[in-house]
Design a protein around this ligand. Sequence first.
Ligand SMILES: [Zn+2]
Ligand SMILES: [Zn+2]
Length: 150
Amino acid sequence: MWLYTRGFRSPRKLPTMMSSKRNTVQRQLIMSAVKELDIHATAEQVYEHLFQKHPTISRATVFRNLSQLAESGELLNIGSFNGSTRYDHNCHDHYHMACKVCKQIFDIEVEVELSEIFKRLKQPEGFDITGFNMSFSGICWNCKDSAQKP
Ligand SMILES: [Zn+2]
Ligand SMILES: [Zn+2]
């Protein structure tokens, strides 16, 4: 029994260590792609950006790592805009506004404590609310300028 346990464990250890090292490199690549793009990128945009330099990276790897990075708080999942989840490297407390014309997403600072809303909610029974998502929409400076040109 002892031999069986020992034999079962040791061969598994090495591949695990090697793959976790590869995972770290991939995670760092994905993190810096989100920073470089700096557009509240979708997973698809991150993948396309990385694919240019790293054609061996798979779409599934990029998608999986992005959601893991958002879960661990290294990136922010700012919710879905125009049907795609967006990722933000800027993790400080801020909100977003989406341009209805060019579909770009911009940062906006909000000075009131929006989490105050929590205190005024009628808690639905049996449902634990752990977060909320709020964003603004409108027409950005660039799109307004080009609309005004004759
Ligand atoms: Zn715009
Ligand atoms: Zn942002």
